[in-house]
Design a protein around this ligand. Structure first.
Ligand SMILES: *[C@@H]1O[C@H](CO)[C@@H](O)[C@H](O)[C@H]1NC(C)=O
Ligand SMILES: *[C@@H]1O[C@H](CO)[C@@H](O)[C@H](O)[C@H]1NC(C)=O
Ligand SMILES: *[C@@H]1O[C@H](CO)[C@@H](O)[C@H](O)[C@H]1NC(C)=O
Ligand SMILES: *[C@@H]1O[C@H](CO)[C@@H](O)[C@H](O)[C@H]1NC(C)=O
Ligand SMILES: *[C@@H]1O[C@H](CO)[C@@H](O)[C@H](O)[C@H]1NC(C)=O
Ligand SMILES: *[C@@H]1O[C@H](CO)[C@@H](O)[C@H](O)[C@H]1NC(C)=O
Ligand SMILES: *[C@@H]1O[C@H](CO)[C@@H](O)[C@H](O)[C@H]1NC(C)=O
Length: 492
């Protein structure tokens, strides 16, 4: 069950904040009533300021075969911002966001690393939407595109990278900017794409900033349990008693659920909208809440601390579930009931298609975590994917295509100009590159950071360690560009 929750958790920006994004900060955690009730909200359009120009590129459906239907095209959306660009004649850089699992209008408004640094670099900003997301849907409509494996079959990270390569090449020619250096920037799945883009297309992109990119959470490279081990460590560091309470709560829930009318008692205690159908439903919902707080444990609110303060804040002698409810209730307006998190794959979820084909991250919890054990089971996973999408996962493909095993010795020999940035409180960081590989393939981590924090919009309240992380990244990118310009001059 746990594993099913997780496949939705890659995004830099938590889906449910959409409805609040416009009014307030982009960095907050979801209100509990809405916990992941709909990942579709990630496809919500966002209002763009006028300097963000929306364009469409006529993109090739299949870059890798020469069948008649491969030449079918679709309209791929991308956004360009010329406001800060020094122009082609000055070899000013082009920052490209390698679009990930969401609407690109929304993503473009959250990546502060690009807008905030564009003036310093005189950079052109480009944000490319990933195929099958937002408005970049092949076959004319979402219904047609998601009809079956014949139409979904063109939906892969390798096709997406080829889209980016083709579009950037076109754009540079169109702007007579062939000599301008391109830097790929991305977070989470977008961060994986940014690093893979640099590895696969070094002639197109001269450097990559890959934020919170768990490129090693595939094919057994990272222990299954790693994600939940980090979540557990986060809570333990916040408060030992909080951790103990959460750890005890699961069997408490099972105990009450087993009593006559137990589920009704639990539904009332947790103010669930509509009665619970199983104790698992409640446990999944709570687990999702705790896990999300760890992944998006962003300053200045630090939701893990907020939950732990609520749990520890009840008077001495309070029972375990009252304490858990104190955290659960903290997220939604008083008086309203709470929706539970719905588990299960959907045949209309773009992300779940990707997770069911190539992005198979074996993540599971064992009993050393504060959660009940729920190992990743490839057989069950495969069956679910076959039932919902009629597709069989290929758990070894990502490492076959992009590498991952012995990453340090492999990248040391041939790779350059990649920053892998992480916040070590982000549970996905355990699947990231956390060691320096060479002079120019570097890991920039912060002990207290969370998911994608360094590339999201800066806030006045940002702590010193976060500002320093961003400054290190800026300095490294400046170094790449200086080196590139020296090379250009020498070649003339
Ligand atoms: C850029 O350089 C080219 C060739 O030297 C020149 O024709 C063009 O006017 C320049 N463009 C700008 C905007 O300066
Ligand atoms: C998706 O699943 C729903 C509900 O299970 C089903 O009614 C629908 O036909 C499926 N759609 C496709 C394209 O398979
Ligand atoms: C897949 O869906 C498309 C569009 O609806 C349809 O034309 C095609 O026959 C379907 N293919 C299969 C194998 O079901
Ligand atoms: C590219 O070329 C087209 C056609 O010549 C032009 O309309 C467009 O403004 C150019 N610029 C970009 C950024 O696409
Ligand atoms: C955890 O699981 C291991 C192996 O299944 C078992 O030996 C051990 O007793 C369990 N520990 C706890 C605390 O449940
Ligand atoms: C796999 O599915 C079977 C049948 O639904 C279930 O009994 C079993 O516990 C599952 N195993 C895991 C590890 O999830
Ligand atoms: C990697 O090297 C950079 C300097 O290039 C340094 O700032 C950083 O702390 C190093 N990372 C690790 C994990 O040692």
């Amino acid at each position: 069950m746990v594993r099913k929750l997780l496949i939705q958790l890659f995004s830099c920006i938590f889906a449910i904040i959409v409805t609040r994004c416009l009014a307030s900060t982009h960095r907050q955690i979801p209100s509990l009533g809405l916990v992941m009730s709909s990942r579709d909200s990630i496809s919500t359009e966002t209002y763009l300021p006028p300097d963000f120009e929306v364009n469409y590129y006529t993109q090739t459906l299949d870059h890798f075969t020469y069948r008649h239907e491969s030449y079918t095209t679709f309209q791929q959306r991308y956004i360009v911002n010329f406001r800060y660009w020094g122009g082609a004649n000055t070899s000013s850089p082009i920052f490209v966001y390698t679009g990930d699992e969401g609407d690109i209008t929304r993503i473009s408004q959250n990546v502060g690393f690009m807008t905030e640094n564009a003036p310093r670099f005189n950079a052109l900003l480009v944000y490319i939407e990933h195929r099958y997301y937002g408005k970049s849907i092949p076959f004319g409509s979402t219904e047609a595109a998601f009809a079956n494996t014949s139409t979904l079959g063109y939906f892969s990270s390798t096709q997406a990278l080829a889209d980016y390569a083709e579009l950037i090449t076109y754009l540079k020619r169109n702007l007579s900017a062939e000599s301008c250096p391109v830097i790929a920037i991305g977070g989470s799945y977008g961060g994986m794409l940014a690093s893979w883009f640099r590895l696969k297309y070094p002639h197109i992109v001269m450097g990559a900033l890959a934020s919170s990119a768990p490129i090693l959470y595939f094919d057994g490279i990272t222990p299954q349990n790693g994600y939940f081990a980090v979540v557990t460590k986060d809570y333990r560091e916040a408060s030992e008693s909080c951790y103990t309470t959460i750890r005890q709560s699961w069997s408490e829930i099972d105990k009450i659920a087993a009593l006559p009318n137990g589920l009704i008692t639990l539904s009332k205690k947790f103010q669930i909208c509509g009665p619970l159908k199983s104790s698992q439903e409640l446990k999944n919902t709570l687990e999702m809440m705790f896990v999300l707080a760890a992944q998006y444990n962003n300053p200045p609110t630090y939701p893990v601390n907020k939950y732990c303060d609520a749990i520890d804040g009840l008077p001495k002698g309070s029972d375990v579930l009252s304490r858990i409810y104190a955290a659960f209730g903290a997220g939604s307006p008083s008086g309203s009931c709470h929706f539970t998190y719905k588990v299960g794959l959907s045949n209309t979820s773009a992300w779940e298609w990707q997770a069911c084909t190539e992005l198979v991250s074996p993540i599971g919890a064992d009993n050393t975590t504060m959660f009940q054990a729920s190992p990743f089971d490839l057989k069950n996973y495969t069956k679910d994917c076959e039932d919902v999408f009629h597709v069989t996962p290929r758990p070894h493909w990502i490492t076959t295509e992009f590498g991952g095993h012995s990453i340090k010795s492999v990248l040391k020999k041939f790779a350059s100009n990649i920053i892998f940035s992480n916040g070590l409180r982000d549970p996905y960081s355990i699947g990231g590159v956390l060691q320096n590989v060479s002079d120019s393939v570097v890991a920039i981590s912060t002990a207290q950071g969370a998911h994608c924090l360094d590339i999201l919009n800066a806030l006045p309240s940002d702590p010193e360690w976060l500002i320093m992380q961003r400054n290190s990244e800026i300095k490294i990118v400046q170094g790449w560009i200086a080196e590139y310009n020296t090379m250009l001059v020498n070649e003339r």
